[in-house]
Design a protein around this ligand. Structure first.
Ligand SMILES: Cc1ncc(COP(=O)(O)O)c(C=O)c1O
Length: 429
């Protein structure tokens, strides 16, 4: 509809939005919708974890390990109970699971370090030796995935993200012809930031990809597998078995995290991979540490108990954050619906909403919001190298602010979107 406005109507829109934004500016607000952080009510859900391990607790695991001491080599992969828990969560057999520390990103980084220093098992060609390595980056995607690949000097190729996962026609074409492409980033359940869930068809096509490089890896980040907003339990095909059906069982490296189940940055994480890939990763991991934090693993096992109990806890998280997602979507619909200047996703889980504003205005919207005291994730950060070719995507993180702050922040955001769109359209008339 905005595109059909005549010049006078656009000018009116600009001056009315400007006036409102000036008023917002005077209020000295400080609202943060930039990072996907749980709010304190969510963190309160897990404080009981501090009661499950007390000075007089039994510190022995089912296999007789004292968690207060260094692990025996056989238990380097983590507490048996913790591996069982993750095995249920990600539907991968326990023997293929390694329990890490407090950050799955750290495991991803370590996996790349290993690849660059030692290469893949059997091949043993350090990726450092290659002149060029490329990775496919479904976009919009997660900025910290992109930071890791950029750090290692990997060339990132954006691939469009559809509602059922990456555009597989493009992926198939690229990997068939280019042997420098050695992997793809995937967040298959409630992807960051669009919230999409990969379809079975997409997963099958990823598993069966015919790649020019025989070193192609799928970095499969299951960060949000438990994070549904509406009580739906998402079961996607197990990527290791799916890949094995096509003789590609060494392709996927899976990651998962408790960061948004218990405490952000103080959870427990896991890496899962084929027997061969896991053994090779462990060779390096064993040199880098005597073992990860078993006391935290015990706390998680005792507090979370089993998958049914975890799902109950996730239901409580959802009860806290679902109204926030719905508030954002309601304001977007009221303020931007039908104007033809913005589109957004309506995720059924995860931590984000992806907002596409009028092309070539996302940076402007971001800076107007900042001037009015609303912090958003920088425009462009959902694309490799921070470069959104259309300058239109913004990642909205509704979980941290309270609902009144969110209401305020979204009204400011929508006014900024309208102002920036009208300004852009008029400048092209
Ligand atoms: C897709 C994705 N993976 C991983 C993480 C971080 O996980 P961790 O805290 O385990 O490092 C996040 C956090 O926002 C995320 O969105």
């Amino acid at each position: 509809m905005f595109q059909r406005f005549n010049e006078e109507e656009l000018k009116n829109q600009i001056s009315s939005s400007k006036e409102k934004l000036e008023q917002y500016k005077l209020q000295g607000l400080k609202l943060d919708m930039s990072r996907g952080k749980p709010c304190s009510n969510q963190l309160d859900l897990s404080v009981g974890i501090f009661d499950v391990v007390k000075p007089d607790s039994c510190f022995l695991t089912s296999t007789g390990t004292d968690v207060r001491n260094y692990s025996v080599p056989a238990e380097f992969t983590g507490l048996s109970e913790m591996r069982e828990m993750f095995s249920e969560i990600i539907s991968v057999e326990k023997d293929l699971i390694f329990i890490g520390g407090n950050s799955s990103l750290n495991l991803m980084f370590n996996y790349f370090s290993k690849l660059f220093m030692k290469g893949l098992p059997d091949r043993n060609i350090p990726w450092n030796n290659y002149e060029k390595i490329k990775f496919l980056c479904p976009s919009p995607g997660y900025d910290r995935h992109f930071s890791i690949t950029e750090y290692f000097g990997i060339e990132m190729i954006p691939v469009e993200m559809n509602s059922d996962g990456p555009d597989m026609n493009v992926v198939e074409e690229l990997v068939k012809n280019d042997g420098d492409i050695k992997g793809i980033w995937c967040t298959p359940v409630y992807s960051n930031p669009t919230g999409c869930v990969y379809s079975d068809e997409t997963i099958k096509r990823l598993a069966s990809l015919k790649c020019k490089s025989d070193e192609f890896l799928i970095f499969w980040d299951m960060a949000y597998v438990l994070h549904n907003l509406y009580g739906e339990i998402i079961k996607i095909p197990d990527i290791i078995s799916e890949c094995a059906n096509y003789g590609n069982e060494n392709r996927p490296i899976i990651f998962a995290s408790m960061s948004k189940v218990t405490f952000a940055g103080s959870g427990v994480t896991c890496l899962a991979a084929s027997k061969k890939n896991l053994a090779s990763f462990l060779e390096t991991a064993r040199v880098s540490t005597i073992g990860y934090d078993k006391i935290n693993q015990m706390k998680h096992v005792k507090y979370l108990k089993d998958l049914d109990n975890i799902n109950l806890l996730m239901g409580k998280h959802a009860d806290i954050i679902r109204p926030k997602f719905e508030k954002v979507l309601q304001i977007f619909e009221e303020k931007l619906g039908g104007l033809g200047i913005a589109e957004w996703t309506s995720p059924r889980g995860g931590y984000f909403i992806s907002l596409d504003v009028y092309p070539h205005t996302a940076k402007k919207v971001h800076s107007i919001c900042r001037d009015c005291g609303v912090v958003l994730t920088p425009a462009g950060s959902t694309f490799p190298y921070g470069k959104d070719p259309d300058d239109k995507n913004l990642r909205i993180a509704p979980t941290y602010p309270d609902i009144e702050e969110l209401d305020f922040a979204c009204n400011i955001l929508c006014e900024a979107v309208k102002y920036a769109a009208a300004t852009e359209i008029i400048s092209n008339k």
